[in-house]
Every structure is written in C-alpha cells, then in structure tokens.
Design a protein around this ligand. Structure first.
Ligand code: SAM
Length: 418
C-alpha cells in the first residue's frame, strides 16, 4: 500500500498494545508505528519522528482519551526524558507486563512453553537505583530523550537513591558556574556502608578541578577522573546476602541493592546445591554469586572479563574468609573451554547480549546437571535457551523486578539436564 506517513506530521491514533520494550503500538497511514509513554486502549496525538521501511516511530504530544489504568508519572521531566519508560503505568500492570514479556520471549524465541512465575516485586518503586550514569553537554546534565542524542536536563531522578540526587544538585551548581567539556558523570553509592563514588569523564584534562570540588563534599568518599583515582580509594563496599563486596568503578554490581538479595536468594534456592558439588559462576563480576554459594558447595570457579572486577573478586574472598573459590580473568568462551573437571552446576549471568555461542557449546560439553541462567534481557536469554533445550528442560522461570517503573526485568531460569 502507498505509504502516506510523513515525518514531523501530527496524527491522532489508537494504541492497541505494548511491544516488548513497553512502547505503544498503533497504525498510522497503514504503517505500524511505535510510541513511548502510552497505554493500550488510549487515543493519543503523536508526531512522527522517524520513518523506516516497515515501521515508524512517534512521540506523544497529547493523550486525547486516557486509559483508566494510566497513573500520574509524578516526574516533571518524564515527558521528554529517556531515563525510564513506564512511570505512567500502575505497579500492578507493570509487573504483569514484565511477566508477559518473559513468557512471550520464551515461547516465540526459545520455543519453550512454560508458565512463568509471578514477578517478585520490589518494595520500593522509586529511589532504588544505587548507580546512575548522567550525560553532560554544554553545562547541562541529564539523560538523552528516548531514541535520540538530545540531552534532557534534569534536577533529580526519581529512580535514583536520594544521596545520588543530592550529589546531582552539587554537580549542577558546579556545571552552571564553570565552563567545561565534561561528557559523563557516574555516581554509585552504597546505602549500607554510606560510601559514594563519583566517576567523571571529560575530553579536557583541565576539568579535573571538578574532582577537587566534589571531594570537598562530606558524603563523597571517592572521586575518579578520566579513569584515575584522584580522591579516596577508588571503590565502594556493598553488603548483600551477609557478605561484603568491594566494587570498583569498572566492576559490575546489580543496581538495585534491595532486590539483589532476593535475586541471589531465589537463584540459590532453585539450584538445590549440595555439599559435594562443583559450581561454575560464568560472567561472575566481583564474584558475588560465587562467594554467596561457596558455603553450599565443595568448590566454585568464577570467570570474568574485566580485570578490575577479578581483582575485587579475589579481595572479596579474603574479606569474607572464603577458601574454596578460584577466579579466572578472561573471556567466558575462551576460559570455560580450559575447564577439564566435572562441573555439577553452572550459574550464568551474562551481559544484555547474552552468552557467547562458543561458551554455550562448551557448557553443553561440560553437561552439568543444573544450569541457573540469570538475565536482564529475556530476548537473548530465550535465544540462548533455544540452543540448550536439546539437552535441557526448562523447569522454572522466576522474574524479579530489579527495575520498577521501567520496561526492564531480571529473570532466573532453572534448566535441568535430561
Ligand atoms: C550482568 S553482569 C553479572 C555479574 C555478576 N554475576 C553479578 O551478579 O554481579 C555480567 C558480567 O559479565 C562480564 N562480561 C562481559 N563480557 C564478558 C566476556 N566475554 N567474558 C567474561 N565476562 C564478561 C561483565 O564485565 C559483567 O561483570
């Protein structure tokens, strides 16, 4: 059909459903169009922002007929900011959306028909993020508008822990008063140890002045500028599941400190670990899972690519008095192929792009009885599971809400060898 849709034109459309990233689906001029921040059943006014061969993208201008499920997003920046996606959706519907998203991905991509558990909710809907990455441009700080590189300046982010917002205010004051070429500021905090780390990236080395300025703030415990520690020790400590973890600026740590405890608890429960078992923690980060399961098994091996994370992981063994875990720094696919002992259970928690295909092939050769797959991306998780189901059955799937008010969901899958 001849396509009449034009860029920048305004249309009134009916939203029929949400796609897997939480964007509304509608038809405009016979073409499928995706619109953020709307709900099924709504009539909305949109402006077309992008036209591709088979679909278009639109931006919400006005809600003409709201869904009775729409709630007040309670954020003055939400309309333009790309930081979160589903603040206009009730918590109940958000959890349902996440459950269905996991179920659909498993069915369509994984070819696995299983009833997914209800999502484990987070007790906090806001102020749960222990880490934020703010973009900086022309003395403004915030996030990009969804699907663009247009910076939306913000004063605070409801998702961030309160102390991160306090520091955001301090950073804003500095940026307002000082010409700079800073590009990014990461803030990470532990509400358990009260430490706070700031990591600044600038294209101009003279901007190091901001580091001294921020170091004066009494809640800041360490400041890093262009990968150099300029104040404090360059890391923070987190406590979860009864153990203490050193987390350096380059090391991964789950962003929701409250839910992480439930995530790991659930994963361990599913694995039904035995004292004589050998476990592998693939993509182990700072060794959280390896350390936590060490008390339940005979021995654990952890594999992780980032040097700093492995340095942290090794120190975490000493701090927590653990002596049955060995960490290996290197690429998962390469290092797993060197394992020549029997592995009973693999915990695998890869980045969003999923498990390397070669690593999956070796996992199958190692043929552990149990695989616990933890993922923040149901799509790649389902793809990887489709490569495992010739040997494994998916026995249990439990999503965990690590990211309230967004489209993101964490998920734990238990696979058992036939
Ligand atoms: C989602 S995190 C999981 C970390 C850890 N399991 C946790 O719960 O904190 C994924 C980890 O995989 C690591 N990673 C990414 N690519 C890798 C690769 N090719 N080989 C090994 N590790 C990799 C990242 O550095 C990151 O620490």
């Amino acid at each position: 059909m001849f396509n009449t849709v034009k860029i920048d034109e305004v249309y009134d459309v009916d939203i029929t459903s949400l796609e897997n990233e939480g964007k509304g689906v509608c038809k405009v001029g016979g073409m499928i169009c995706f619109v953020p921040k709307v709900l099924p059943g709504e009539k909305v006014k949109i402006r077309i922002t992008e036209i591709k061969k088979n679909y278009a993208r639109g931006k919400l201008i006005d809600v003409l007929k709201p869904s009775d499920k729409r709630i007040d997003p309670n954020c003055p920046f939400y309309k333009d900011c790309g930081g979160c996606h589903l603040r206009h959706q009730s918590k109940e519907d958000n959890l349902l959306f996440k459950k269905e998203k996991v179920e659909t991905a498993l069915k369509r991509i994984g070819k696995v028909d299983i009833e997914v558990d209800d999502v484990i909710p987070c007790i906090k809907n806001d102020n749960y993020r222990n880490k934020m990455s703010f973009k900086v441009e022309n003395n403004k700080i915030g996030f990009y508008e969804e699907g663009t590189y247009r910076l939306v300046s913000i004063d605070k982010c409801n998702l961030a822990e309160n102390r991160i917002n306090e520091i955001l205010g301090v950073v804003k004051e500095y940026l307002n008063e000082n010409e700079n070429e800073i590009k990014m500021i990461n803030v990470r905090e532990s509400n358990i140890t009260n430490e706070l780390l700031i990591d600044i990236y600038s294209v101009n080395e003279n901007d190091i002045d901001i580091a001294s300025y921020l170091a004066l703030n009494e809640s800041v415990s360490t400041v890093i500028f262009n990968d150099k520690v300029v104040y404090g020790n360059g890391y923070i400590n987190e406590i979860t599941n009864g153990l203490m973890f050193k987390v350096s600026s380059n090391s991964f740590y789950q962003v929701n400190s409250i839910q992480v405890e439930k995530l790991y608890e659930q994963a361990i429960k599913m694995a039904e670990l035995q004292k004589d078992e050998v476990a592998l923690d693939l993509y182990c980060g700072t060794g959280t899972i390896a350390c936590i399961i060490s008390g339940y098994v005979k021995k654990v091996l952890g594999i992780e690519l980032v040097d700093d994370a492995i340095i942290d992981a090794k120190e975490n063994l000493i701090t927590n008095n653990i002596n049955n875990v060995r960490f290996i720094c290197g690429d998962a696919a390469k290092e797993i192929s060197k394992i020549n002992e029997k592995v009973d259970v693999i915990f695998v928690d890869p980045p969003r792009k999923g498990i390397d295909r070669k690593a999956i092939a070796v996992m199958k050769k190692l043929a552990p009885k149990k695989i616990i797959y933890i993922s923040c991306n149901p799509v790649t998780m389902s793809r990887d599971i489709s490569y495992l189901t010739d040997l494994y059955d998916v026995k249990k799937v439990t999503p965990v809400d690590m990211f309230p008010n967004t489209e993101h969901v964490e998920c734990i899958c238990f696979l058992e060898r036939r």
